[in-house]
Every structure is written in C-alpha cells, then in structure tokens.
Design a protein around this ligand. Structure first.
Ligand SMILES: NC(=O)c1ccc[n+]([C@@H]2O[C@H](COP(=O)([O-])OP(=O)(O)OC[C@H]3O[C@@H](n4cnc5c(N)ncnc54)[C@H](OP(=O)(O)O)[C@@H]3O)[C@@H](O)[C@H]2O)c1
Length: 331
C-alpha cells in the first residue's frame, strides 16, 4: 500500500475575505508514484492575485476546497520510478496548481520547472509573476529606446519596483505615481526611479513638459483617478497597459486623447500569457528574469515571513496597506 504522510496546507472552503476563510489544515500526501515527485516548500509569496482568487474576484478561480497560493519554490525530496528530469535536492518552481501554500506537494515530475540555485531563495520565490509581467510589458507593447520614459501608478508595489529596475538598467526613465510618495520616494529613487510623485499632487502638464513627449508606455496597476492623469501626461501614440484594479473603481478616460493623440489602451494577464505560449517561449522569459536577478539588477524588499501554520497572520498582514514589501510563507 502507498505510504501516506501528513502535510499542512492553507485551505479555503469558500470564497471570501482571506483573513476569515483561509485556515491551516492537515492533508494527506502520498508517496510519489511512477513519474511523480514529492516537493517540499522552501518559500512562497502572497500576491494580490492570491487574495483575488481566494476572494472569488479573480479571472480564474480554483474549485473548492482549494489550497491557496500561486508562486513559490521548493525542493524535490523524493522521486517515483522513471523520473529523470529532477533528482532529490533539485530546486524547482512549485507547480501553481493545485496550490502552492502547502508543505508538501505531489507533482507530475515532467511538469516541474527546474530553477537556478545560485539566486537567493527569497528573490527566486518572487520570480514567477511580477518580474515576467514587468519584462513582457516592457518588451512587448512598444519599442522603447534609451532616453524614453515609462509612467506607472502603484509604483511601490513589487511589480513597480521590478519595472523601475528593468527600465533603469536599459537607460529608460520612469515617472512613478503612488499614494504615499513622501514615505517611499528615497527608497524608490535608490532603486533607480527618476521622478516619484504623489498621486494627489500629480500635474499632467508639468510631467508632459518634463518628459518632452517621450512618455511612451504607461503601466496601470491600480485603476482609479490616477489613470485619467496618466493619460493626460503621456506623449502621442503612447500605450497604457492595465494589469490590475486595486482601487476598485472603473477607469475613466477622456475620449479626446484616443482621437487626437492616438492613445492606445491595452491589458495584460501573465497567467493567460503563460498558458497561451509555448514552454520554450515561457522559459525564455524566465531565463531573462533569472539573468537579471543573478546580475544583481533585480531585487525586492520583504515585509515579513510566516510559517504555514500561521497563515492567518500572513493573511492579516497581506491585506494591510503600506507594507513596502512582500509577505512570504516558509516551511
Ligand atoms: N495582470 C497581470 O498579469 C499581473 C501580474 C502581476 C501583478 N499584477 C497586478 O499588479 C498590481 C501589483 O501587484 P504586486 O504583486 O506588485 O503588488 P504588491 O507588491 O502586493 O503591492 C501592492 C501595491 O498596491 C498599492 N495599492 C493598493 N491599493 C491601492 C490604492 N487604493 N491606491 C494606491 N495604491 C494602492 C500598494 O500601495 P501601498 O504601499 O500604499 O499600500 C502597494 O504598493 C496588482 O494589482 C496585481 O494584481 C497583475
């Protein structure tokens, strides 16, 4: 008979407020069968999309009961017969499905993505959602040249910081809007941000003048009023890419900018991009991300770390404002 071991997993049985619906529970995990691997969690991340998935508002939901979490790394601790692509000790991306916040996951070994072990565990665990999103947005919507400008709101997010660092490394300048600029300005400038401005004090005309019409790409992470201002600040034929709507109100845009300035409004969803591109195409994005991390170009602050058994505290922390870094979960 197959051996069964116990694992703690962060489970929700209904969609709702993560603080209320997510609980640590013991689940059974079997020993790996032929072609399978047993992976032990090293580090996992709490992202806004996890909260959206648990809350029931995300573009793709898991069937209930569900294990939470989408991003993290683990280590192979046991393999079944016939497995050759990984061995015990190999560091891997924990498969996003059926959920990452679990001490142990049994996986189909052929689906495992081996990841470098010369990158810190904390940074590597954060490599699978925000850095590839920043990379795709920077490379797939406009042909940006050195000296061009990019504008973003919600700039102190992990995604915002990765964007700043990728731009800075390529000689592209950034305008960064956020709701607490006074608190974060020095920090973001140390990451390579050129202009950091509070949303409440944003003046589109002066930003347009300062950037000489070279604001060619916008990243909208949060929605709301800041997008209307962003639209007024960008140059002709600029593209604004929306990835998130944390403010929760619809985006209002002045129609004239679409007509007279050829403004382009687009959206991007990394989740779908991964599912609609070949393994090789996805791998090339991750290779680029790991390369930037290895060179020290990308880094990201951590707010706090929690053990899986303390998932409730992790959820409480994750829903708070002004964290200034990611909440991590470890074994
Ligand atoms: N479409 C995609 O493929 C994709 C991929 C990655 C990320 N995203 C989206 O990108 C956004 C950032 O993700 P992340 O993981 O980088 O986030 P994060 O590190 O958890 O940070 C969240 C950020 O949002 C800011 N924020 C939250 N509510 C806000 C509000 N009402 N007004 C102004 N700022 C607000 C926070 O500012 P404070 O510091 O002031 O609290 C914080 O900087 C999220 O919307 C996420 O869903 C989308």
């Amino acid at each position: 008979m197959n051996r069964i071991m116990k694992s703690i997993a962060a489970i929700h049985k209904s969609y709702g407020n993560p603080v209320e619906v997510v609980n640590p529970e013991e689940i059974d995990v079997s020993a790996p069968l032929k072609g399978q691997a047993l992976v032990k969690l090293l580090r996992a991340v709490v992202n806004p999309s996890d909260l959206g998935m648990i809350g029931g508002s995300y573009g793709r939901l898991r069937q209930l009961p569900a294990i939470g979490g989408r991003e993290g790394i683990g280590e192979v601790v046991e393999i079944g017969a016939g497995v050759e692509n990984v061995k015990v000790g190999t560091r891997v991306r924990i498969p996003e499905e059926p959920g990452v916040w679990t001490q142990y996951q049994i996986c189909d070994a052929s689906n495992l993505m081996v990841v470098p072990n010369d990158i810190s565990e904390d940074l590597e665990a954060m490599s699978f959602i925000n850095p590839p999103t920043a990379y795709c947005i920077l490379n797939q919507f406009t042909d940006l040249k050195e000296g061009d400008w990019v504008i973003q709101n919600g700039a102190s997010s992990a995604l915002g910081r990765f964007m700043i660092q990728m731009c800075h490394a390529r000689g592209i300048k950034t305008v960064n809007m956020l709701r607490n600029a006074e608190e974060r300005s020095a920090e973001l400038k140390a990451y390579g941000a050129d202009i950091v401005v509070d949303e409440s004090q944003f003046d589109p005309k002066s930003i347009k003048a300062e950037t000489s019409g070279k604001l060619r790409l916008g990243l909208n992470q949060i929605g709301g009023e800041s997008v209307s201002n962003m639209i007024k600040a960008v140059g002709d034929s600029a593209t604004i890419v929306t990835v998130g709507g944390m403010v929760g109100t619809p985006i209002r845009f002045p129609t004239r900018f679409l007509i007279f300035n050829d403004l382009r409004l687009r959206g991007f969803w990394w989740d779908k991009w991964q599912r609609t591109h070949t393994k090789q195409e996805v791998k090339s994005i991750f290779d680029a991300v790991f390369d930037l991390e290895r060179k020290g170009i990308l880094k990201a602050p951590i707010d706090s770390e929690f053990e899986l058994k303390d998932i409730k505290q992790a959820m409480e922390r994750a829903v708070q404002n002004s964290r200034g870094g990611k909440v991590l979960i470890k074994f």
